[in-house]
Every structure is written in structure tokens, then in C-alpha cells.
Design a protein around this ligand. Structure first.
Ligand code: HEM
Length: 695
């Protein structure tokens, strides 16, 4: 037997490091899972209780007795159920999965999980918004967190990234200021989960290093369609170090197999009310249905000797390495294939930290990265109540840990013996350090010298070139969305001075953008500015992304008496192309068509709104109900105004013409059912039709 699970006091360790595999974390978690269903009710002490509805009283109408240990235990536990939410990224959703390597990265790193393509590493991923509180809506305009914990045979490696490749600030000492500014204003705690307020934009205008990040935040990247359809970025420049000690700079990327897609702003607003859990539902349901979200891991690599050749400072987290300059090398795939059993135990208690590294992965002197290395462990000490949160099941490595750290709140391991110090002779000087040759972590020996200064390098002072590069890389549609996002956000700002400062600042990115904003928000147009940057990076435009119909939803509006064979044909074709039809009708339940065909309506217009679907197909309106027909018309009109694909029965052509919908891009009407279905599937694959005339 070359692998076994060792049980110690209810803990399991996969004891042979070499045999960590995709199931290792699951096997470990299994030791902690509890099935309550079908069991006797007991107290936390294991005492069976005969009564759980009535407290112990002196007489049926008398006072409750102090003696009621069961009441006190139950209420006390309840009173302490809440823990602090994360200071940022409070709202999140996690899932388990597996990482598979495509090709060995031995040339660049000694990290064990990046050596052998046959090794499958279990992972846990948590997606999040940054600004909003735990109960806020999923679809707000914000960066999204994309944090991955790899449970490797060398311990946990955390890649704690975002869906935007740059950040607002360059030095971590400004992080509290940034967060204070974007969170709700302190006097009245308004607005929730939104940057559309004075203090945020005041911060932006007075911290102009934020320009590049703001361009991304105002773009469609900040309103993703799904966690399954967004990129992830490590943001900072990290180091990969190989067996010989040779290092390369590296930027990490996650590329979603389904491409990068977004909501439209109006849709994301409405979803925030109609389905605040839109992204949670989407991820949970996809995994439950076996439509496992997949992302490829990519790296951009730069030789140490090329550190100063890019024309910007690679230690500056407000800069990307344009993909056309340094291509992204795809090295592996992440598949999310298992939902959590318990949100609190797993997702809420997960603790990610950039300092969780393995040999072969190291840091750089990026001052934002350096500060993050302090912040995560520090914040988790209070959030998770003491220094032992690494013992919480979701955070445990799948390999054993041994050291002389002891005690503290919620300590669970029972460390035997007298020796809890190093160096010692009583335990043969164990636990003993491990040499780098035998897998011990050794920091990269970077030569560092300099005077102690509180200063920023001049190489960090170009705040606008890449912001303009981003603007130049957008299509007209994407630019329009950015303009509208700025208009919305600044339209909510009350201070005229702040609005003017923002306009003057963004004149350095694009005069066109700044003039447009000035006019809209009623401040003076910029008198100077403009950019000399003409370059663009096609990789930055979402219009160039992968387009696939897979997993997209179509609302199928149908009433009694529909053409059975035709609808069957369309539904079969949709599902065989990975599209998910969802039936809406007058009532929930069975709807009958010709030739004995029946479909099951999951929704009515009360429970389904067009913003919850990617496309719509109207098969048949109601013969009797004008209300239903009016609701159907509103539904289609809204989907149309969100540029979504629309399919309709030829019988409805006249109505669609009257409403100036027929004949527009992405509106499919055809007598020939085969041709119709083909065109509808093609339209759904396109996601949106931006060249449509929406009034
Ligand atoms: C100086 C800059 C930053 C500081 C001080 C900082 C600090 C924090 C803190 C205190 C948390 C809460 C952690 C917890 O309670 O478990 C957090 C969460 C998070 N941060 Fe940062 N952060 C910074 C920048 C960034 C950047 C640049 C990124 C992306 C590359 C990022 C990504 C995340 C993510 C994804 C989470 C959520 C982790 C989870 O899902 O539990 N942060 N950050």
C-alpha cells in the first residue's frame, strides 16, 4: 500500500505526499461531513432530548428556569452564529474542482503540481464582488474576485486574483483609503455596493494612478454575465523559480472556455432586484447539471534580464503586459465540478492568502503585493477568531503539518510530547527544517539594496498611457458602454468640484471621452489633455472573445395548442447544441400541443423576467388572455432592447413588424422549421446584436 489516510482524533491526512490526487481534498472533507437527517435530536454533548419546542418553566404559564440547559445551549449557540464578514470581497460563492496540467513547466518552476501532466490537483475557488456587503446583489458594477486554493502535495498554493488585470493603487498603504472611499459613505451608510457616489470619485480624482483600473471598472468587464464567463488575473508580477534556482517573472491568467461575456447595464440593475443571487444560481445550477465551468491557466513569462525592457515598470500593479507583446502560454485547465455541502463551513470559512506558496513560486517587490502579504493573514485572525483557522477543514492542506506552534482559540490537533521548541535535543531536533533539495521552501535570493525612503519610483508615474491603450482597444459599442457607465456614476455625484476634477483627469486618457462627460454632467469641457498613445491591444476587447451557445438559456413562450412536432424539433436541436430551453406559459405545469406533444412549463411571467434569460423564442401567444399577450410583448421588447437573440413563429411576424423588431439583426423568423432552428442557434451563439436599432 503506497497511500493511506491516517486518522488522528477525527483528522485525516493523506499521509503519502506523492499520492495527492484529485480526490484527496474530498476524502479529507468526508471525515468532517455530518448527516443529520434521520438521526435522534441531541444536545451538543450528545444527550438525547425528549422535547425541543418548549422551554422548561415553573408552571405552564410561569417563568423559564435557569436550569434549562437545553434552552441555554440552543440560544447561546444561535446568538453566536455570525462571524464578521470579509472587510472586502464579503459577498462570494465557492466551488470545488480540479486542476490538470497540459505540459510540464519544469523549465520555469520546481512547483510539484506544475511538473507532471498526469497529476491532478484538487482546488477550491471562491468568486466574489469587492465592494458590497455579504447580502448585496451579485450583478452590481464591480471587480470580481477569483481566488483559487490548490491543495498540492507541497502544501496549499493560493492564487488570489481578480477578473480585472490591474488595480486602483500602486502601494498597499493606500488600500484602507481606497476601501473607505468606495464603501458606503460613513455618515449615512449609502449607497450599498456601488461606486456611484462622491467619496469614491473624489478618491479617484486625487489618486490618478487609478485611471487604468477605472477604465476597466467602467467597461463591461465589471458586469459579467456569469462567473463562468470571466477571465481571472493574478494582477501582480510574481516569480517562477526552477530547480537550478533560475527565475522568470510571471503574470497569471485564467481564460474561460466559454469566452468573456457581460450583461448590459440596464439588465444588471434589474437583475439586482429580480434575482440578487443571479451569479450564485448560475454557478450552482451549472455544476448541479454537470455543465462544469472550465478555465485554462495561462502564464506570461519574462526573463529576469528583460525586467526593464517593456517601457513600464513590471512592479507597478496598474500595468498589464499586453498579450500582443508577451503572449499568454496556456499550461493547464481548471474544472469546477462539485458544489459545497455547506456554504458557511466551506465558502465563508475559506481563507485565501498570497503568502500561501509552494517551492518554485515566489514574489516580487511590487509594493501592492508586499502589503497584501501582510493583510490577509492579519484580517483572517479576527474574521475566523484566532490563529488556528488553518485547521478548519476547507483550509487544511492535504498533507500533514508539523511545527512548534501551539495552543490558541479552537486548537484541534493534540500535539503529543513535551517538546514544543526549536532547537532541541529531547526530540532529536525535530520537527526539523528540510533542505531545498528535499522540498524545503527557500526564498529567491534577489539582491536588494537601497536607502530607506517613503517614496515612489519615477517609473510608476505614467498613469494614463495604458488607460488610453485600453480605450483605443475598445469597439465603438464598448466605448459607448464606458461612456454611459461614467455618465451614470458621475451623474450620481453631487459635488461639482469632484465632477470637474474627474473630467479634467480623464482628458488625459481621451479628450473625446472627457468632453462627452463634461457635457452630460454639466461641467466645463477640458481645456487641455489628450493622449499621444495610438496603440491598441485586440486581446482587450470582449468582441474578440470565444462565442459558444453552450449553457446559454432561451425562454420559450408557449400556450396550449402549439405545433407539437415543430416545437419538439426545435427543443431537441437546442438541447443537443448545449442550449437550455426554459418554458414559460400561462400556468406552471403541463402544456399540450398538437400530435400529443406536451411540455412542462417551469415559469409564468410572474416568476420569470426576460433579464434572467440569454434569448427568447415565442412559439405561441394566448388565444384567450390579453394579459398574457401583453406580458409576452413586454418580455420580448425588453429582450430586444438588451440586444438578445429573438426567435418567433411566422404567425407573429406582423406584430413584430409593428413594433419595429422584425427584420432587425438577431431576430429570426422563418417558415422552414429546419432553417429557423439553424438560424436561431447561430443567433444564440452570438449572445448580443449590437448593430440593432434600439429606440
Ligand atoms: C493592498 C492591496 C490589497 C489589500 C490590502 C487587500 C486586502 C484584502 C482583505 C483584507 C481581504 C479579506 C480577506 C479575508 O477576510 O479572508 C481581501 C480579499 C480578497 N482580495 Fe484583496 N486586497 C488587496 C488587493 C487585492 C488585489 C490587487 C486583488 C486581486 C489581484 C485582491 C483580491 C482579493 C480577493 C479575490 C479576495 C477574496 C478572497 C476570498 O474569496 O475569500 N485583493 N483582500
Amino acid at each position: 500500500m503506497n497511500s493511506y489516510i491516517l486518522m488522528i482524533g477525527g483528522y485525516s491526512f493523506v499521509n503519502d505526499k506523492k499520492n495527492v490526487n484529485e480526490n484527496s481534498k474530498n476524502e479529507q472533507l468526508e471525515q468532517f461531513r455530518v448527516e443529520d437527517q434521520g438521526k435522534d435530536l441531541t444536545t451538543n454533548q450528545g444527550l438525547k432530548m425528549s422535547e425541543d419546542e418548549f422551554s422548561l418553566k415553573a408552571g405552564e404559564r410561569g417563568p423559564t428556569l435557569m436550569e434549562d440547559f437545553h434552552f441555554r445551549e440552543k440560544l447561546t449557540h444561535f446568538d453566536h452564529e455570525r462571524i464578521p464578514e470579509r472587510v472586502v470581497h464579503a459577498r462570494g460563492f465557492g466551488a470545488h474542482g480540479v486542476f490538470e496540467l497540459y505540459e510540464s513547466m519544469k523549465e520555469y518552476t520546481r512547483a510539484k503540481f506544475l511538473q507532471d501532466p498526469s497529476v491532478k490537483t484538487p482546488v477550491f475557488v471562491r468568486f466574489s464582488t469587492v465592494n458590497g456587503a455579504r447580502g448585496s446583489s451579485d450583478t452590481v458594477r464591480d471587480a470580481r474576485g477569483f481566488a483559487t486554493k490548490f491543495y498540492t502535495e507541497e502544501g496549499n498554493y493560493d492564487l488570489v486574483g481578480n477578473n480585472i488585470p490591474v488595480f486602483f493603487i500602486q502601494d498597499a498603504i493606500k488600500f484602507p483609503d481606497l476601501v473607505h472611499a468606495f464603501k458606503p459613505e460613513p455618515d449615512n451608510d449609502i449607497p450599498q455596493a456601488s461606486t456611484a457616489h462622491d467619496t469614491f470619485w473624489d478618491f479617484v480624482a486625487n489618486n490618478q494612478e487609478s485611471a487604468h483600473m477605472i477604465m476597466w471598472i467602467m467597461s463591461d468587464r465589471a458586469i459579467p454575465r456569469s462567473f463562468r464567463m470571466m477571465e481571472g488575473f493574478g494582477v501582480h508580477t510574481f516569480r517562477l523559480v526552477n530547480e537550478e534556482g533560475k527565475a522568470h517573472f510571471v503574470k497569471f491568467h485564467w481564460k474561460p472556455i466559454l469566452g468573456v461575456h457581460s450583461l448590459v447595464w440596464d439588465e444588471s440593475h434589474k437583475l439586482a432586484g429580480i434575482d440578487p443571487d443571479f451569479h450564485r444560481n448560475d454557478l450552482w445550477n451549472a455544476i448541479e447539471k454537470g455543465q462544469y465551468p472550465e478555465y485554462e491557466l495561462g502564464v506570461q513569462l519574462l526573463k529576469e534580464e528583460d525586467e526593464f525592457k517593456l517601457g513600464f515598470d513590471i512592479l507597478d500593479a496598474t500595468k498589464i503586459w499586453p498579450e500582443e507583446m508577451i503572449p499568454v502560454k496556456i499550461i493547464g485547465k481548471l474544472t469546477l465540478n462539485q458544489n459545497v455541502d455547506n456554504f458557511f463551513a466551506e465558502t465563508e470559512q475559506a481563507a485565501f492568502h498570497l503568502g500561501n506558496v509552494v517551492p518554485g513560486i515566489d514574489f516580487t517587490n511590487d509594493p501592492l503585493l508586499q502589503g497584501r502579504l501582510f493583510s490577509y493573514l492579519d484580517t483572517q485572525l479576527i474574521r475566523l477568531g484566532g490563529p488556528n483557522f488553518h485547521e478548519i477543514p476547507i483550509n487544511r492542506p492535504v498533507v500533514p503539518f508539523h511545527n512548534n506552534q501551539r495552543d490558541g482559540y479552537h486548537r484541534q490537533t493534540i500535539n503529543k510530547g513535551k517538546v514544543n521548541y526549536h532547537r532541541n535535543s529531547l526530540a532529536g531536533n525535530t520537527p526539523s527544517p528540510v533542505s531545498p533539495e528535499n522540498g524545503g521552501y527557500e526564498s529567491y535570493q534577489e539582491k536588494v539594496e537601497g536607502k530607506k525612503v517613503r517614496a515612489r519610483s519615477d517609473s510608476f508615474k505614467d498613469h494614463f498611457s495604458q488607460a488610453t491603450l485600453f480605450w483605443n482597444s475598445m469597439t465603438e459599442t464598448e466605448k459607448q458602454h464606458i461612456v454611459e457607465a461614467f455618465q451614470f456614476e458621475l451623474g450620481k455625484v453631487k459635488s461639482v468640484s469632484v465632477k470637474q476634477q474627474v473630467v479634467d483627469m480623464f482628458a488625459n486618457v481621451s479628450l473625446e471621452l472627457a468632453k462627452n462627460l463634461a457635457e452630460y454632467i454639466g461641467v466645463n469641457p477640458p481645456t487641455s489633455g489628450g493622449s499621444t498613445v495610438k496603440a491598441s491591444s485586440p486581446a482587450l476587447s470582449q468582441m474578440n472573445t470565444v462565442k459558444s451557445p453552450k449553457t446559454l438559456t432561451v425562454a420559450v413562450i408557449v400556450t396550449e395548442g402549439f405545433n407539437g412536432p415543430n416545437l419538439k424539433y426545435v427543443l431537441d436541436q437546442l438541447t443537443s447544441n448545449g442550449i437550455q430551453p426554459k418554458i414559460i406559459s400561462e400556468t406552471i405545469g403541463e402544456v399540450s400541443g398538437t400530435n400529443g406533444m406536451k411540455v412542462n412549463a417551469e415559469f409564468t411571467f410572474l416568476t420569470a423576467k426576460s433579464v434572467q434569460f440569454d434569448s427568447v423564442y415565442i412559439v405561441r401567444a394566448s388565444v384567450k388572455s390579453q394579459t398574457f399577450n401583453k406580458q409576452a410583448a413586454n418580455f420580448i421588447d425588453e429582450a430586444f432592447s438588451h440586444y438578445k437573440p429573438i426567435g418567433a413563429n411566422p404567425g407573429l411576424k406582423e406584430w413584430l413588424e409593428r413594433n419595429r423588431i422584425a427584420g432587425q439583426p438577431g431576430v429570426v423568423i422563418d417558415d422552414n422549421i429546419e432553417q429557423f432552428t439553424k438560424e436561431l442557434i447561430e443567433a444564440i451563439s452570438q449572445h448580443r446584436f449590437w448593430d440593432r436599432k434600439v429606440i
